[in-house]
Design a protein. Structure first.
Ligand SMILES: Cc1ncc(COP(=O)(O)O)c(C=O)c1O
Length: 393
């Protein structure tokens, strides 16, 4: 591939190491490489039936309903809100990053009254944050499980515990966009009412579909709430999906890819998938430690296993590091979002990837850091990463 902005000729496979979209496995690409089927035809019920069953397994729910909408995570945010709440309802959200902030914006756009607790970008939502801010009038609590802008994972079980301890009973709405299929998430155990994601991260698919999981309580709310909706009304989708169809034209080829991707996750075993991500994440953090750079996440137990946000604030322009990656090394790294622009860059390590890809990514980051003027010793991060991989094999 040649880059039109430089004289540099880029060869070899592109390294897509942003925190989503992620690399689509060849097996999934092949499953999508087929003629477009009739979405009202005889192939659909078996396909949709398997998707529902395997999505339930991935969300860890026995009894809740997976719901698919063409769209992305943003559509999932909107669907979660418009199906459960009414204009004027009060909801509680925690701004600990860019995506939590945007979801609160979606809520306000729909006439919800959002109590938005400001947290440091780089901290998780803690049980104490919930305890001190949740009140009886809150109809829903909105939590981003894994904040992709900062590389921080919130303990949803602890949030659930804090809600229970409060004696209040708001709906628990959880964004799992950069956690589902990479970091343990337990829809039933944590009594989540609505979870949402997009196809392009841990599910190892191209972008194009929002995936929700909806429990009985959330479905009951959608029968009485008054928020106007049409496309994102999940009632006809749940009804049609239970028969193997959709009330709209679905992204059919993506569904064939999804069948394959879910089979892959379940063949590897979800717990193994989580261990793989934890190990590759720790490998990355070891390299960052060896470079003597800071993680945005200060609490090690809350470090994300799907991406790492590295601060170079005061040392270099993070956007320049990302640009060097693009222009010289054929690697895509995540930029800093919102107020973090230029201060952090993000390394994605989620989805379909293994040790060598992470090592190569770290080698590329090391080179980009050097070229951007950050004083890191070449080989230092890679050596620390190799050592960890060897020791933890
Ligand atoms: C945690 C989180 N939530 C929501 C979104 C928005 O999703 P999308 O870009 O698919 O609309 C993203 C996107 O990266 C995300 O990381």
């Amino acid at each position: 591939m040649s880059d039109p902005h430089t004289e540099h000729f880029l060869t070899g496979r592109h390294f897509l190491q942003i925190p989503g979209p992620t690399n689509v496995p060849d097996r999934v690409l092949r499953a999508m490489d087929r003629p477009v089927p009739d979405h009202r035809g005889p192939e659909m019920p078996a396909l949709v039936g398997e998707l529902r069953e395997n999505l339930r397994a991935v969300f860890k729910t026995d009894r809740s309903e997976p719901v698919l909408f063409p769209g992305s995570g943003t559509g999932g945010w909107e669907a979660a809100l418009v199906n459960t709440l009414s204009p004027g309802d009060r909801v509680l959200s925690f701004q600990n990053g860019h995506f939590a902030r945007l979801w609160a914006e979606v809520a306000r756009a729909h006439g919800l009254v959002v109590d938005e607790v400001q947290l440091r970008w780089g901290d998780a939502v803690g049980a104490d944050d919930v305890q001190s801010s949740l009140r009886g009038e809150h109809r829903a609590v909105m939590i981003v499980h894994n904040e992709t802008s900062t590389g921080v994972t919130t303990d949803v079980a602890a949030v659930r515990g804090a809600i229970d301890a409060s004696g209040h009973d708001p709906l628990l709405l959880v964004d799992t966009v950069s956690s589902l299929g990479s970091i343990d998430f337990r829809f039933d155990d944590w009594r989540v009412d609505v979870a949402l994601t997009g196809t392009q991260k841990g599910l190892m698919l191209p972008p194009g579909t929002a995936v929700l999981c909806v429990n009985e309580r959330a479905r009951a709310a959608s029968e009485t709430n008054t928020m106007p909706r049409y496309f994102y009304d999940w009632r006809p989708v749940i009804a049609d999906m239970s028969r193997g169809f959709f009330p709209y034209t679905p992204a059919t080829l993506l569904l064939f890819g999804m069948r394959e991707a879910l089979r892959m996750l379940l063949e590897e075993g979800l717990e193994n998938v989580f261990v793989r991500h934890a190990r590759l994440a720790e490998t990355t953090r070891r390299a960052v430690g060896a470079w003597d750079l800071a993680l945005l996440c200060r609490e090690p137990a809350r470090s994300s296993n799907s991406l790492t946000a590295v601060s170079v604030d005061g040392q270099a322009d993070a956007d320049r590091i990302v640009r060097i990656g693009h222009e010289r090394l054929n690697i895509a790294l995540g930029v800093g979002l919102g107020p973090l622009k230029g201060k952090v860059f993000r390394i994605g390590h989620l989805g379909w990837l293994g040790e060598l890809e992470v090592l190569a990514t770290l080698a590329g980051v090391e080179l980009a850091l050097q070229r951007a003027g950050v004083s890191v010793a070449l080989g230092s991060g890679v050596a620390a990463a190799q050592q960890y991989l060897k020791d933890s094999a």
